[in-house]
Design a protein around this ligand. Structure first.
Ligand code: ADP
Ligand code: ZN
Length: 658
């Protein structure tokens, strides 16, 4: 008790930096946050593109608090998901910020109480779904607030939902331009983690944000390690990956079909890993229960279709694994982005094989979309395939796709790591200035894959496809093509007279398996495309240059897919070169950390909130390491704001002492 009295009472902060410190317990804004906050506090509109985990919430929460404290009323946050609103309001509650949500989970009385509090100026933020906001009742409340100058701002979260182009289109979002038309002058902030130009243009146009200032954060997620491996018994590969790297940690495994989700979850479970299925075909109840366990327990692996993900704020997801190829790079980036929101090391891991290429193409071909749309989808798939086949830095490619040059935050040059990679023979990767950019946190940067000059093999395959055309205008699939190249006399070969082609048998020195790889990579690189029901092969325009020998083709040698075992287990130099450091805790600190976690679990269950909303792992770890012995010292730990210090400070000090 005496300790509590020793913190001097002070007036609530009114500046953005003061609020950040007092309410959130953070020392400094990150990246563009400061600029965004200042802009909105001053009454400007903004469109914020920031990757998952970048800290978007603070961009409207801090202005909402500052403006509320300045007598400018309540902020209205548009949010698409009930679960998301619940967690956000829970987190604000823990921080001592008056906030509430209005959605269908409230009964009439509860909703009316929130409405009253909103109108009376008690609340700093109100979260609501778009369909609720656009009701006459809600609009009337907004009008009343607006008349009295008590509408501080509109924040439109997950703003990409307004675009049909994206993956989470929500029709109700289209109506949100009404906010601007009815209440001009109220600052508006649209936020999304979806980066592509098309979606961005949709957001600007549909929400009438032409005058808004655009803030584009770097989309790099330096703490995520990207790895893409050759598919070979994918489930076993997955199990090995989890056991080797993420035993006892939370993760998400994405599969394409419901069936595969169920099978994979059951298999992992039988192997002793707590895994739960999640897909749209499951009962709403089951889905809710599984999601709850994933959020609240420490080490649950969620095996899911893409139905799972939006609004999953869990900061300590340590890996996202793909057993099937996503649709495009946008999806890949979005899905992998759910790993490591807390900034600590996390993995994005994927298995990939020829069947994936074929399946994804088939799905595009078979959909009833228009030709133009299909063409765009194919182009996007091609870009993803190129990423899979790449033997240079995945991160550089990923960012390049979003039009962002990779900035070397880590100032790697000249470090021991750079020298090591050089020595490992990683210097034959293409780069603008001869020196390829590398991130040192993707598979290709950490272990440069062996490559081989496949120019000749590629030319042979391409010219064989060309000969087919000449010899009768027909197209054939990979199987027949390989037979001809290898000089096999099959019925089909005889029937079509293909043993008389000049390309018959010119590739006998290359095995079937190798040819398959060459073809897959030619498809992935876009020189060949597979068409129609039988995936017959046709040349793309770019094939001509390869045929003429103008474009060398260098392919990666498939990675060793045999079990690595413990001895073969290699960890890259994580935690160095500016990467977020792992949290090395000595034995005593580890014990304190465990005690703090147990205490947190109790509080979380009492408050019916996920544990991370009480405190993040990183915050508890810092407490365990630093062992603060006074409230003042505890308050200096990142993530401990005034309210939490008051509510939990004494107890934490007790736990630490014990
Ligand atoms: P997003 O919505 O962009 O995915 P969040 O708003 O959930 O990201 O923020 C991700 C995490 O980073 C949260 O746990 C948040 O508390 C933390 N965070 C955000 N800004 C800061 C900051 N300036 N300093 C420290 N931590 C921050
Ligand atoms: Zn890299």
């Amino acid at each position: 008790m005496s300790a509590v009295l020793s913190t001097p009472p002070s007036a609530p902060a009114t500046s953005p930096a003061g609020v950040l410190h007092e309410v959130f317990g953070y020392a400094a804004f990150r990246g563009a946050q400061q600029e965004i906050v200042d802009h909105v506090v001053a009454g400007g509109d903004a469109l914020v593109l920031m990757p998952t985990g970048g800290g978007k919430s603070l961009c409207y929460q801090v202005p909402a608090i500052v403006r509320h404290r300045a007598g400018q009323g309540v902020a209205v946050v548009v949010s698409p998901l009930i679960a998301l609103m619940h967690d956000q309001v829970g987190a604000l509650d823990e921080l001592g910020v008056p906030a509430a949500f209005l959605n269908s989970s409230l009964d009439g009385d509860e909703a009316r109480r929130v409405e009253r509090d909103m109108l009376s100026g008690k609340l700093t933020l109100v979260y609501a779904a778009p369909e609720r906001i656009l009701t006459p009742r809600f609009m009337a409340m907004l009008a009343s607030l607006h008349e009295r100058g008590q509408l501080s701002l509109f924040a439109i979260d997950e703003a990409h939902c307004v675009s049909q182009w994206g993956h989470d289109f929500r029709e109700e979002y289209l109506g949100l331009s009404a906010l601007h038309e009815t209440f001009p002058g109220v600052p508006r902030l649209a936020l999304t983690a979806t980066a592509d130009d098309h979606t961005r243009a949709d957001i600007v146009q549909r929400l009438q944000l032409e005058q808004a200032r655009l803030f584009v954060a770097s989309f790099d997620r330096p703490n995520i390690r990207y790895t893409i491996v050759e598919k070979d018994e994918p489930r076993k590969q997955l199990l090995r990956f989890i056991r080797d790297e993420h035993e006892g940690e939370a993760g998400i495994v994405y599969c394409q079909s419901r069936k595969r989700v169920e099978e994979t979850a059951a298999w992992l479970d039988a192997e002793g890993i707590t895994a739960l299925p999640y897909h749209a075909g499951l009962d709403a109840d089951v889905r809710r229960r599984h999601q709850d366990r994933f959020l609240r327990e420490d080490a649950v692996v969620m095996v899911a279709t893409i139905a799972f993900g939006m609004g999953i704020d869990k900061p300590d997801v340590r890996f996202v694994a793909h057993l099937d190829l996503p649709k495009n790079i946008e999806s890949y980036y979005q899905e992998t982005g759910r790993a490591g929101r807390d900034g600590l090391p996390a993995d994005a891991w994927m298995t990939y094989g020829l069947a994936d290429v074929v399946n994804q193409r088939r799905m595009i071909d078979d959909s009833d979309a228009g030709d133009e749309f299909k063409r765009l989808q194919r182009g996007k798939l091609d870009a993803l395939l190129a990423l899979c086949e790449a033997y240079d830095c995945r991160r550089v490619r990923l960012l390049g796709y979003f039009g962002q040059p990779y900035r070397d935050h880590n100032d790697n040059d000249g470090t021991a790591e750079a020298a090591q990679a050089e020595a490992a023979g990683a210097d034959d990767m293409p780069g603008a200035s001869g020196r390829a950019l590398r991130c040192f946190n993707c598979d290709n940067c950490l272990h440069a894959p062996a490559t081989w000059d496949a120019t000749e093999a590629a030319r042979k395959a391409l010219s064989c496809i060309y000969r087919f055309r000449q010899a009768g205008g027909q197209r054939y699939g990979a199987g027949h093509l390989i037979d001809v190249l290898r000089g096999k006399v099959t019925d089909k070969v005889t029937e079509r007279g293909h043993q008389s082609l000049s390309t018959f048998g010119i590739g006998a020195d290359v095995s079937d398996a190798q040819w398959r790889l060459v073809l897959r990579q030619l498809i992935a690189l876009g020189h060949v495309h597979a068409e129609g029901e039988f995936n017959t092969l046709a040349l793309s325009d770019s094939a001509r240059e390869v045929l003429r020998g103008e474009v060398p083709v260098r392919l990666r040698v498939p990675a060793e897919t045999k079990p690595r075992g413990k001895a073969g287990r290699e960890r890259g130099p994580r935690g160095s070169a500016g990467k977020p450091p792992p949290m090395p805790l000595n034995a005593a600190a580890t014990e304190r950390f465990a005690a703090l976690k147990a205490w947190r679990a109790e509080v979380a269950s009492e408050h019916n909130l996920p544990a991370y909303i009480v405190f993040h792992d990183a915050t508890l770890a810092e407490m365990a390491r630093e062992q603060p012995d006074s409230l003042e010292a505890l308050g200096r730990i990142s993530g401990v704001g005034a309210k939490k210090l008051e509510a939990y400070g004494a107890e934490i000090l007790r736990v630490l002492k014990d």
